[in-house]
Design a protein around this ligand. Structure first.
Ligand code: CA
Length: 640
């Protein structure tokens, strides 16, 4: 059954790319076949078999046999008879008279601790009970509410009450699932959870923290989040248990993938297999560094493109992953992103950072940049436009924007509210970062105000608004998320914002200790109004199709902006937008320290949201043609 899954993968890749790759290890109880592709310059490959995943000497070393294949490359194979289940292996490629260093290969699907050796196992043995009945929840892109989570942040604090602290299994526990369901998010986006380098899996008893943007093995779950990194099947099974539990709760699982660079060049599995093939170089021969991490991969090269397509398919097929968040998507070429899109089922949600962290050795108009999203149908990008218009620019934590009553951000917020699609009432010339409407459909824009990068929302508000009071902080926090959750884009939130999370002002907490990154679950009792508002706000969005029309023409037809003024954005969703039970909805976002009057159509309106309260059944009524929006908060009113 697993073999047929892999064959399906290879066949699909063949169809989409005209090339065929296959696994580097094919196991049967009678014999295991190993295969690795190298450049034509390789002079030999030794397969080494080990009893352990780390330490000890090879129990056997075999010379592999070469066969020329396309593009002047060589395919090396070796078949070892007997049952190798539980053994480990590496490839040792010799090129230019020297060894490139042992590697588990680029396609290891199981590894020992720290991912230095690949493991022979039968993936069928890793399926938890009932796995074959696991299904991806049916949630359309327009209906998604994304929640970005780091395994350790979420569960490590004693206040979480979770048993499996910092582990995949935390997300199988009822308290975790109930929290996510109460909040109402329907997709968990997990920070890098493939095998990465920066946490030493052999010393997990000591606290270690990293976001994980330093890939080693792209097709194996990270061992640090498993209960036993030494036993290769454990991390695989526990990852699947996590997916299974979330799926059972109707929550999708989205993987943060970092194909744009590797932890290092020389020690990387890419470099040790096909030197310099997978990395871009500048004209002067130096390595290009569009990732800001010392290297950038060359997605436009056929084998790298194929690797990315097949890797994504593998996570979908083997782990039932529901979507991908591409780190620095702006490093990848457009053709590769489109190839990935077309190779995956339609319900797999794909989005990414539409920028790079430095100059790439490929022209910008060929890259998966935000500005090019209109050439990448079915792929979304984060909108730094609405993010920074709300909280302040990325290049200064102490700089405020709309929330801090800095003028001139209203049009960028409108751009985000409209989901980045062309809208006659959005003046693109006044939008902060975008000079054209880059989203063809509103589901191509990720609407957000904070993520793991930069300060979390509470810290940013504190840093950018001197002397802010707790009352003001909470009001502005809720106001910001109201803008996000009433946007026609796909809303996204950082885990813990519903707990009024603070990272004590740390701007880049990628390796900060738990004391900075942990969620403090006692805040749920300390600030219950925050969780209550967030959950009611998300429920309001989910109950009302007007807030997520999912179609550019519908947005243009039903979304009408009301006149804005400094620190105030207001809009109407009219004529039963998207078949909504509410005939007319007005949302007003007031960042000012004073109430503001706005003009609305005449008649009586029911109040669904005012100050810190949300109640879809109505919080009283207001009469048009003028209504007052309280200070530093949102007002949502409707007519049936
Ligand atoms: Ca690791």
């Amino acid at each position: 059954m697993k073999t047929s899954r892999l064959l399906g993968l290879a066949v699909a890749a063949m169809i989409s790319l005209g090339a065929m790759a296959s696994p580097e290890m094919t196991y049967t109880p009678q014999a295991t076949t190993f295969k690795v592709v190298t450049l034509g310059a390789a002079q030999g490959v030794t397969l080494r078999l080990y009893d352990q995943g780390t330490g000890g000497k090879a129990r056997k070393s075999l010379k592999m046999t070469a066969k020329p294949i396309a593009d002047g490359n060589l395919e090396w194979t070796a078949t070892v008879t007997g049952n190798l289940k539980g053994k480990f292996y590496t490839f040792d490629v010799r090129q230019g008279s020297k060894s490139l260093g042992e590697t588990p290969g680029i396609w290891a699907t199981a590894v020992g601790a720290n991912g230095q050796r690949a493991a022979v196992l039968d993936l069928a043995d890793t399926d938890p009970e009932g796995w074959r009945n696991d299904r991806r929840p049916a949630v359309a892109a327009k209906d998604l509410v994304l929640y970005e989570l780091h395994h350790r942040d979420f569960s490590i604090d004693p206040s979480s009450g979770l048993q499996h602290k910092g582990k995949y299994l935390a997300l199988t526990e009822p308290r975790a699932i109930e929290h996510l369901k109460a909040l109402g998010v329907n997709a968990v986006h997990i920070l890098p959870s493939f095998d990465y380098a920066s946490v030493d899996e052999t010393r997990l008893a000591q606290p270690q923290y990293n976001w994980g943007y330093d890939p080693v093995n792209y097709n194996v779950p990270e061992g640090g989040y498993s209960t036993d990194p030494y036993t290769p099947a454990t991390r695989i099974r526990e990852f699947k248990q996590m997916v299974q539990a979330l799926h059972a709760a109707g929550i999708k699982v989205i993987l943060d993938v970092v194909y744009n660079h590797t932890f290092n060049i020389d020690g990387s599995n890419f470099q040790r297999t096909m030197p310099d093939y997978f990395f871009r170089r500048n004209a002067d021969g130096s390595y290009s560094n569009g990732s800001g991490c010392g290297n950038e991969t060359a997605s436009e090269r056929p084998l790298m493109r194929q690797f990315m397509v097949e890797s994504a398919r593998y996570w979908v097929d083997e782990y039932h992953i529901d979507g991908f968040r591409f780190d620095l998507m702006g490093v990848h070429d457009i053709a590769t992103m489109n190839a990935i899109r077309s190779a995956l089922p339609h319900d797999i949600f794909i989005y990414g950072e539409g920028w790079a962290a430095g100059g790439c050795a490929l022209p910008n108009d060929q890259l998966g940049m935000k500005a090019n999203i209109d050439r990448m149908p079915g792929i979304a990008a984060f909108s730094d436009d609405i993010r920074d218009a709300l909280r302040g620019p990325w290049d200064g934590d102490d700089k405020a924007a709309f929330l801090g009553r800095v003028k001139g951000n209203e049009e960028s917020i409108k751009f985000g509210i409209a989901g980045g699609v062309s809208h006659p009432q959005v003046d693109i010339a006044k939008v902060n970062y975008s000079n054209h409407f880059w989203a063809t459909q509103p589901t191509q824009l990720i609407s957000y105000v904070s993520c793991h990068d930069d300060m979390c929302l509470v810290d940013r508000l504190k840093a950018s608004i001197p002397g802010i009071t707790l009352d003001e902080l909470i009001r502005l926090d809720l106001l910001a998320q109201t803008a996000v959750m009433t946007s026609q884009g796909v809303p996204f939130m950082l885990s813990g914002e519903e707990m009024l999370r603070t990272k004590l002002g740390v701007h880049n907490s990628y390796n900060s200790p738990d004391s900075i990154n942990h969620l403090d679950w006692t805040n749920l009792e300390r600030y219950p109004q925050v969780m209550e508002y967030y959950s009611r706000l998300i429920a309001l969005r989910k109950h009302h199709p007007a807030f997520h029309l999912g179609d550019a023409d519908l947005v243009r037809r039903h979304l009408e902006f009301l006149p804005t003024s400094d620190g105030l954005v207001a809009f109407r969703l009219k004529d039963h937008a998207g078949g909504d039970s509410w005939a007319d909805i007005v949302v007003a976002l007031n960042a000012n320290r004073e109430p503001r009057a706005i003009a609305v159509p005449e008649g009586q309106w029911k109040v669904a949201c005012r100050r810190l309260a949300i109640d879809e059944r109505g919080l009283g009524t207001l009469d048009g043609p003028t209504v007052t929006v309280p200070a530093q908060s949102a007002l949502i009113i409707y007519k049936n």
